[in-house]
Design a protein. Structure first.
Length: 319
């Protein structure tokens, strides 16, 4: 197996080297780095490095990114984050990522609890870091992600986040408990003002969204559920009067008035969009009217079939 991997890396080098000249002086060093990185995480790392190499035709930069991967080989979750990030990089932001990632990710973890950074576009994370002490110049979008994700589906949210960032000042947070969720909502609102758009992403069911596998004396600490009045009140205080809340979470409108979508709507007094069955937000579209930005989203099942959302408006519940 080791011989096969070395041959694969050597072939990759030989295919790319004529196109980029002598960008890497030490062929053996490049092959060793690529081979080791692929051993760490064969599917994601190999795909990420190969795709980046294909896009940029830059072996030196690819090897530099592989070296970053090697620095985090002891943490599989962090390693995947780097692999997913590399898949979305280009030459310009890759150079920036290599130079600044440690400082940026350290600050965002401390301030916003972001650990699964590979879910989010690097451009958005870097902008959050640069604007950490600035008041927003655009409408605010508050994106709350559960730390827990057992199947990696939240890595697919990057394109939605990137699209949102064209219209909103995006602030992302990741939370593990209902208490953390309440604290982060209050912290972000207190620092940056009220939000016009809120998206809550997590694995859900009719009455709750799972935030983590945390072990606690409180069996529901790792969930945001219909009983978390303090969290819902925090959402109410952190949103403008025409704000919309989108639940990027399966089945959170199932059960009608007994659903968590309905609970947020009734207690916080905001418009809430949610799917009545297993589905996720796949795409997003924007319209402008005299009141500002109007947002609509498309929910899809895992197999790609569309799901009609339930919208709890401020005055009535409608399909």
């Amino acid at each position: 197996m080791a011989v096969v991997k070395e041959k694969k890396a050597e072939k990759q080098f030989e295919q790319m080297e004529p196109k980029v000249g002598k960008s890497i002086s030490n062929k053996e060093n490049y092959i060793a780095i690529i081979k080791k990185a692929e051993e760490l995480d064969p599917l994601n790392t190999s795909l990420a490095l190969s795709e980046f190499n294909r896009k940029t035709k830059n072996l030196k930069l690819t090897a530099d990114l592989a070296t970053v991967l090697l620095e985090h080989q002891k943490n599989p979750n962090t390693l995947r984050g780097y692999s997913e990030t590399i898949l979305r990089l280009n030459k310009e932001n890759a150079e920036d990522f290599i130079k600044t990632h440690e400082e940026v990710l350290s600050v965002l973890k401390k301030e916003h609890g972001i650990e699964n950074f590979g879910r989010h576009p690097w451009k958005v994370l870097k902008q959050m870091y640069e604007d950490i002490d600035k008041k927003p110049e655009k409408p605010l979008a508050l994106l709350i992600f559960a730390n827990f994700d057992n199947n990696g589906v939240f890595y697919r949210s990057a394109k939605v986040v990137e699209e949102l960032s064209k219209h909103y000042e995006v602030k992302i947070t990741e939370v593990k408990t209902d208490k953390e969720m309440e604290e982060q909502i209050k912290k972000i609102s207190g620092k940056y003002g009220k939000a016009d758009f809120v998206m809550i992403t997590g694995h859900g069911q009719s009455d709750r969204i799972k935030l983590s596998d945390i072990e606690s004396r409180d069996p529901v600490a790792g969930f945001f559920d219909i009983g978390d009045i303090n969290v819902i009140n925090a959402i109410a205080s952190a949103t403008n009067k025409n704000a919309k809340v989108f639940l990027n979470s399966c089945s959170t409108a199932e059960g009608g008035t007994q659903s968590i979508a309905s609970a947020i709507h009734k207690t916080a007094g905001v418009e809430v969009h949610a799917p009545p069955e297993p589905a996720r937000i796949d795409s997003i579209k924007f319209e402008l009217n005299k009141e500002g930005i109007v947002v609509n989203v498309n929910y899809l099942k895992e197999e790609g079939e569309p799901v009609k959302e339930i919208i709890y408006k401020k005055t009535s519940n409608t399909l």
